[in-house]
Structure formats: structure tokens, C-alpha cells
Design a protein around this ligand. Structure first.
Ligand code: PLP
Length: 394
């Protein structure tokens, strides 16, 4: 008789997005004439840029002709894209070999798949508040999870202490949900910790393209010693609007060994067994992101989201509300005014001014009392939401 994976029974219901959807649906049923200002979404709203669209069309045309048709693609990614990603890292002073870059269907896929390389006895350390998938993917596998909380005192950028434990450490910078972004010094503390304890860091760089301050690392490999302790997972979802198109990449350095095993070789073995790669057409489109034209165009879209961030940050400055993020990230994380709880503040904004955000407690216990605003919405709605918040909370 089949025995299902009982670990699924240990998962908590995801009340967060279901709760938001239920409350907004009910509000709209009761107030059908109202428009909602949706500042909760973690999805992009602008379309793919022209350079990507042109490359995708070219890819489709190639597939129509015998001479340029592609069948199965290499499992770890086509060389033209792996090389383009290497050149992109080189602009940041990071030297990678093309076979250290693995093309994937997205960061979420790889964040879960990569756990395959690690025994269930490993302890997982999640710096919180955190993207919920880190925790849930490990619960499904049956690993023990340790939570490293952060708060206003450390600027939501925790570093390990003497008694911090954890074999696999999740770090997301710029962070979802807080928008907080690690500087070199703090990342170096993590890298040294991981090397000393023979832990592994999963560095989620999904929002690196939003970093605008000079000197802030876009990649963990900008930190000395990271190539012996870190896997980096990145995505074109937020960088280039690929949320519905799907393409990501993961870096597994050849210098990364644990327990006498080379993790780069192990990941090659995993990929060649468990996937037949990403479609030729999508890899063509993705490569266009890394051309000069593509880079110019994606940053035009990112500038729109950055302007939304400025509008919201100005409102919170005016209201003297504590926040982090916004500058180097598409999220702004505020302390709910008047000591309101996350859901209390959610209801208040929805009912009073029809603004929808994301309650912080959905990202871990230390998110209670905080609230996430996304800057991925329309500029018009963002301006109106900011105006309404200033009037309501003044
Ligand atoms: N990592 C973080 C921190 C995210 O916020 C998201 C999506 O919101 C992802 C990964 C997933 O990215 P992808 O669309 O490439 O699966």
C-alpha cells in the first residue's frame, strides 16, 4: 500500500495570501463600486522588454526550420546563456566558469530542488522574516528548522552569534519581505561563519537588480571566501519581468565541497538525471537580457518600480513611520503605526482607504506588527495609495 509523505501534514496552512484574497473578495462584494489599491503583490506589472520579445520571436523562428531547430537542450543550460551570465558576473568583479552556472526554470524551482543534495539530518537556519518557501520546502523533506529572528535593532539584517547553529543557511538580500540589504561587512560575517562551521549558505539574489547604492554586493561571490561555502540562486523574474515566462540560474562553485563530495559535480549528476533543461526559446529570450540593449531596457522598467518606491518612502517619511527597504529593493517594510497588529492594520487600510498590503506575520513570527508594501503596482495606484495613507495616518 502506498504511504504518502507524512511531512506534508506538518505544513501550516498558508493563511497569508489566502487570507488576503478572502478579505479583499469579501470587501469588493460588499462595496462593488470601490477600486482597490493593490500594494501587496509580489508580481511584476510591466511586460517583457522589446529586446527579449525580439529574441523570443527569433527562437520561435529557429524552431520552425530544420537547420536551426533544437531538440533536447543541455540539462544544465545552453552555453550561450551560461557564458552571458558569466560575463554579467564579471562586470561585478566576480569570475565564474561557465560550468558553475546552471540554468533553471526559476528560483523557486531550484530553491526546492537543490535540497536533494543534502541529507534530511541537516539543520536549516532561516533568517526571518523570510520568503515562506524556504521553510515549507524543508518541512516537506522532514528537516529541522531553526529560526533566526531579526528586528528594528539589527535593521532586519541578522548576523550569527557565538551560539548560532545551522548547517544550511538561507540568506536573501535584498530581502523579501523587508527590502533590507546586506553590506559587505555583514555578509563577510556570514561567509566566515559558514566556512568555519562547514555550513552552506543558500544566497537568494532574486532582487539584486534593484540595488542602487554603490558598494552593496549584488552577489555573495563579491565576498572573499564565498566560493567555498555558498550556492547562489537568482532569477530573471523580478530583474526582467520573467515571472510568467520562467527563467532562473543557480551558481554552484567548483570549489564547494562538503563531506568529501564536490557539490558542483553532484549538481551536474542531479540535473542530468532529473531535468531535460529549459526550452531553447526561453534561453534565447533570457540571453537578450544580458545584451547592452536588454540591460538598458530592463532598467527602464525597474526605474518605474523604483519611482513607486520613492513615492511610498516619501509618504512614510512625512508620517514619521519607521521603515526599511525601498532604496535597494522593490519592497518597503513598515512598523505598523500605533502599535497595531499586522492584520489589524491590514483591515484598517482596506476598510478606510481601500489600500491592500501584506501583513508581516505571514513571513515569520517576528514579522508581527509589521507590514509589507510592494512597489510593483501601477504608478497611478501607488501615488493615490500614498496620498490616502498620508491623509488617514497623519
Ligand atoms: N526568491 C524570492 C526571495 C522571491 O521573492 C521569489 C518570488 O517572489 C522567488 C525567489 C521566486 O522566483 P522565481 O519566480 O524565479 O521562481
Amino acid at each position: 500500500m502506498v504511504k504518502p509523505n507524512e511531512n506534508y501534514g506538518k505544513l501550516k496552512e498558508s493563511y497569508l495570501f489566502a487570507g488576503i484574497a478572502k478579505k479583499t473578495k469579501q470587501y469588493l462584494e460588499e462595496h462593488p463600486d470601490k477600486h482597490l489599491y493593490r500594494m501587496g503583490i509580489g508580481d511584476v506589472s510591466l511586460p517583457l522588454c522589446q529586446a527579449v520579445i525580439d529574441a523570443l520571436h527569433e527562437g520561435v523562428k529557429d524552431q520552425a526550420v530544420k537547420e536551426s531547430f533544437h531538440g533536447y537542450m543541455p540539462e544544465c543550460g545552453e552555453m550561450f546563456l551560461r557564458e552571458a551570465i558569466c560575463r554579467h558576473y564579471a562586470t561585478r568583479g566576480v569570475t565564474l566558469e561557465d560550468d558553475e552556472v546552471f540554468v533553471s526554470s526559476g528560483a523557486k524551482d531550484d530553491l526546492a530542488d537543490i535540497l536533494d543534495m543534502f541529507d534530511v539530518s541537516n539543520k536549516i537556519l532561516v533568517t526571518e522574516p523570510a520568503y515562506p518557501a524556504y521553510v515549507d520546502a524543508n518541512i516537506m523533506d522532514g528537516r529541522e528548522i531553526l529560526h533566526l529572528n531579526s528586528g528594528i535593532d539589527d535593521g532586519f539584517l541578522p548576523v550569527p552569534s557565538e551560539d548560532t547553529k545551522g548547517d544550511i543557511i538561507y540568506i536573501c538580500s535584498p530581502n523579501n519581505p523587508t527590502g533590507a540589504t546586506y553590506d559587505r561587512e555583514k555578509l563577510k560575517v556570514w561567509v566566515d561563519f559558514a566556512n568555519k562551521n562547514e555550513s552552506i549558505i543558500f544566497f537568494d539574489a532574486a532582487y539584486e537588480a534593484f540595488i542602487e547604492e554603490e558598494g552593496i554586493p549584488h552577489s555573495i561571490y563579491e565576498i572573499e571566501g564565498a566560493e567555498t561555502c555558498a550556492v547562489e540562486i537568482c532569477s530573471l523574474s523580478k530583474t526582467a519581468g520573467f515571472t510568467g515566462t520562467r527563467l532562473g540560474y543557480t551558481i554552484v562553485p567548483k570549489k564547494l565541497n562538503r563531506g568529501g563530495v564536490n557539490l558542483n559535480k553532484m549538481w551536474v549528476r542531479n540535473r542530468t538525471t532529473k531535468t531535460n533543461g529549459v526550452s531553447y526559446i526561453l534561453q534565447k529570450g533570457a540571453a537578450a537580457v544580458f545584451t547592452p540593449e536588454g540591460q538598458k531596457q530592463i532598467y527602464e522598467n525597474i526605474a518605474v518600480y523604483k519611482n513607486n518606491a520613492k513615492v511610498l518612502m516619501k509618504a512614510f517619511d512625512e508620517l514619521d513611520i519607521w521603515y526599511c527597504g525601498g532604496k535597494n529593493a522593490p519592497y518597503i517594510w513598515i512598523k505598523c503605526p500605533n502599535n497595531m497588529g499586522s492584520w489589524e492594520f491590514f483591515d484598517y487600510l482596506l476598510n478606510e482607504i481601500q489600500v491592500v498590503g501584506t501583513p508581516g506575520e505571514g513571513f515569520g513570527a517576528c514579522g508581527e506588527g509589521y507590514f509589507r508594501f510592494s512597489t510593483f503596482g501601477s504608478p497611478e495606484d501607488t501615488v493615490e495609495a500614498a496620498k490616502r495613507m498620508v491623509e488617514l495616518l497623519r
